[in-house]
Design a protein around this ligand. Structure first.
Ligand code: BTN
Length: 250
């Protein structure tokens, strides 16, 4: 049940139109399947549960009832904005979790939101051939620890459940944050905000390349292009692109 306050917030300045679904395979795939003539910037699809929630690198995103799963359709006006949507969304989710749930959230490069070293939220930005000019920003947030699958309990957690409205209060806050940063887009400040919340920086990480190479390094910086600068044990530096690697905080 959405409270009147939340319902008002969900309209966030008239920019977002929110559609609520009970069960869907994936909210990202739901938006991807829209015909171009039904695509509108600001359309938001929220599902109570997903049967085939997706993460980056073809991973599954476990999406049982109780969590927050939604996708937002945007029409970025430049390649620059498109390329920053993942980090922009990370900042918006991190801040919303801190404010609504009171958790000490941070960002793990590139698209995970953590509490401590456990993941509470993931972000998947996609484009699709049949929706030209649009981008889909998919966000999943685990709420409370009760719905975390036993097999994931060592690496995943939920944000603090503040009662029956947590899900929609979080959604409203994330959308409000998103609207503010997207409408008044500034690449430099988005990257700076991202870096100040990024708990990967300064940490020892294990880099797992798609080609099978694995090595340890120290995460040093996030560049203006959002690549992660690492320093390897021989002192050499490298910039990592999110599409090519997984990193584990060691
Ligand atoms: C990741 O952890 O790599 C990204 C997870 C993104 C999950 C969200 S839930 C809503 C939207 N629909 C999906 O199928 N995925 C995203």
């Amino acid at each position: 049940m959405i409270s009147p306050k939340t319902a008002k917030l969900l309209s966030v300045g008239g920019f977002f139109k929110v559609k609520l679904l009970k069960t869907v395979d994936s909210t990202n795939d739901f938006l991807k399947a829209l015909p171009q003539n039904e695509a509108r910037e600001g359309l938001v699809v929220v599902a109570d549960e997903q049967t085939r929630g997706k993460g980056r690198l073809s991973r599954k995103f476990y999406s049982p009832k109780g969590g927050l799963y939604f996708s937002v359709l945007l029409r970025p006006n430049s390649q620059e904005v498109l390329s920053k949507l993942t980090v922009l969304a990370g900042v918006c989710v991190c801040d919303a979790v801190r404010k609504v749930c009171g958790d000490d959230a941070s960002i793990k490069w590139v698209n995970d939101v953590l509490i401590g070293d456990k993941k509470c939220s993931g972000i998947l930005v996609e484009t699709t051939e049949n929706l030209k000019g649009f981008a889909i920003v998919g966000i999943g947030v685990n709420i409370g620890d009760d719905n975390i699958d036993d097999s994931l309990k060592d690496i995943a957690c939920g944000v603090t459940d503040r009662g029956k409205n947590t899900r929609f209060e979080l959604l409203a806050e994330i959308l409000e944050n998103l609207k503010a940063r997207y409408a008044d887009f500034n690449a430099t400040s988005v990257v700076e905000e991202y870096k100040s919340r990024c708990s990967t920086l300064g940490r020892r990480v294990k880099v797992l390349r798609n080609d099978g190479q694995e090595y340890f390094a120290i995460a040093k910086d996030v560049g203006a292009d959002c690549r992660l600068k690492i320093e390897k044990s021989d002192g050499s530096t490298e910039f990592l692109d999110s599409g090519e690697i997984k990193i584990l905080i060691s």
